[in-house]
Design a protein around this ligand. Structure first.
Ligand code: HEM
Length: 113
């Protein structure tokens, strides 16, 4: 398994609003090899809000398949930067940056109760 995390910086005070946009699936859960996804708001950052979009996949090929899919494209049609936001979606101007990190899962445990 692998975990791929997209760390998104947004303007201070906008983290929860942007996180809300992840609430309804844009189709990732139908993607082959998708295991789970979590959106985390980092505690203790002063200057901006930081979200970590953590995605877990069966393997690297599954993640790459989703990255190259229409599902990914559609989920990111309004991410800000290139699009005008003419549909009134929030967040176009609040994005400050994003960074991708990839991890191999070496140990995983789950609650037994
Ligand atoms: C410039 C880079 C990126 C930005 C600013 C960004 C931002 C966003 C935003 C705002 C959404 C919510 C979609 C909506 O409002 O309809 C979204 C969806 C999503 N993004 Fe990104 N994203 C970026 C790249 C990536 C990358 C490289 C990944 C890989 C892990 C990723 C993972 C996800 C996932 C898992 C969803 C939900 C998809 C679904 O529900 O089907 N994002 N992204």
């Amino acid at each position: 398994m692998i975990v791929v995390t997209n760390t998104i910086k947004v303007k201070k005070g906008h983290g929860e609003t942007v996180a809300g946009r992840f609430q309804n699936s844009k189709g990732i859960d139908m993607s082959p090899g998708f295991v789970r996804m979590e959106v985390l708001l980092t505690d203790g950052v002063e200057e901006y809000d930081e979200l970590k979009v953590s995605t877990t996949w069966a393997d690297k090929a599954s993640f790459e398949g989703w990255m190259n899919s229409d599902s990914f494209r559609q989920a990111h049609a309004h991410r800000g930067g290139q699009q005008s936001g003419a549909d009134g979606q929030q967040g176009e101007s609040v994005m400050l940056g994003s960074q991708l990190t990839t991890h191999r899962v070496l140990v995983a445990r789950q609650s037994s109760h």
